[in-house]
Design a binder for this molecule. Sequence first.
Ligand SMILES: C[S@@+](CC[C@H](N)C(=O)[O-])C[C@H]1O[C@@H](n2cnc3c(N)ncnc32)[C@H](O)[C@@H]1O
Length: 264
Amino acid sequence: MSDMWAKISETWDILKPPLRPHPEVVRAFEREIDTADTDIVLLGVTPEFARWGKTMIAVDLMPNMIGALWIGDDATRRAVVGNWADLPLEDNSCDAVVGDGCLGVLPNRAVRLEVLGQIARVLRPDGRAAIRLFTRSETPETLAAIKEDALAGRMKAIAELVLRVSLVLAPRDCDGTLKMSAVLDAINEMFPDRDALLAAAGWQPNVFSLIETYKNSDTVCTWADGDTIAEEASRHFGEVQLVSSGDYPVAQSCPLLILGKPLQ
Ligand SMILES: C[S@@+](CC[C@H](N)C(=O)[O-])C[C@H]1O[C@@H](n2cnc3c(N)ncnc32)[C@H](O)[C@@H]1O
């Protein structure tokens, strides 16, 4: 499994919105999904979602990520080690599946389709899924525009820089697969003087440890466009919608994918 995810739990506190859920994202999920009285499966161990549901099973491939971020098992909730492409769960066993950015950490479209199929399999017939996506647009902005915003102090967090640069660099094919080391290389080229960037952006000096986890890493992320993912989802669901997840920075690239009527 990825060397990069093994390190990322150590820099979790630096990972801010938009790469982590903004409070508006939490409210958007709560509007779309019954998070109070349901059996929920969480893809990942996202702390902001961990207390939802009458019961919750959180699934993540990496024991150290569970150890670092999971709120702890109790009578109603637990985290298990497992692959989303082969969920260790019964058919028709939950009311909701939720995930934040989870389709974007898969290596390509083929795996994304497997995961969408697994979500359909574990949902009850009236169940729903909500997944926040990171989607590239048909007309991406430029690296120059991103650089200008950062140096003008218009970026609250380095997470915004990482997301915007990734969406520009992502290949325009159905996979959208990009090595995270390429994102680091581009940021280094854009900002050869990190002290100047820190001073202009007003960030804490430790923020670069987040992107340093990308160095020499083979880890890829996928940044497909929303219509491509919606079409893939329609192979496994009778109802597919993309809805806004809020109005925070870069939110327009982070819609919620809402899925209903799983096709069994
Ligand atoms: C940066 S984190 C995801 C961040 C996400 N936004 C969150 O809040 O949890 C990436 C996580 O996805 C997990 N992961 C990636 N691919 C997976 C898969 N196929 N099955 C299960 N977990 C996976 C990794 O182990 C890692 O813990």
